[in-house]
Ligand binder design. Sequence first.
Ligand SMILES: [Zn+2]
Length: 65
Amino acid sequence: MKTFATFEELGKAFGLAKRQRKQKPFLCKKCGGEMYHVPQTNIFLCENEKDGKVCGHRVFTARAF
Ligand SMILES: [Zn+2]
């Protein structure tokens, strides 16, 4: 049995070091679809189609990701 001195070591051993934090999908308040995050910004766009039209709803979050 291997013992670990740090959690970092433990993470590496289990291949978790590169695991990304899973973000909750940002859902559109208008159509309920999953919104698209514009990289390096605090903007989410809704590109889901509803009734043959693109929803186009936009949300500004409190912080950039
Ligand atoms: Zn929408």
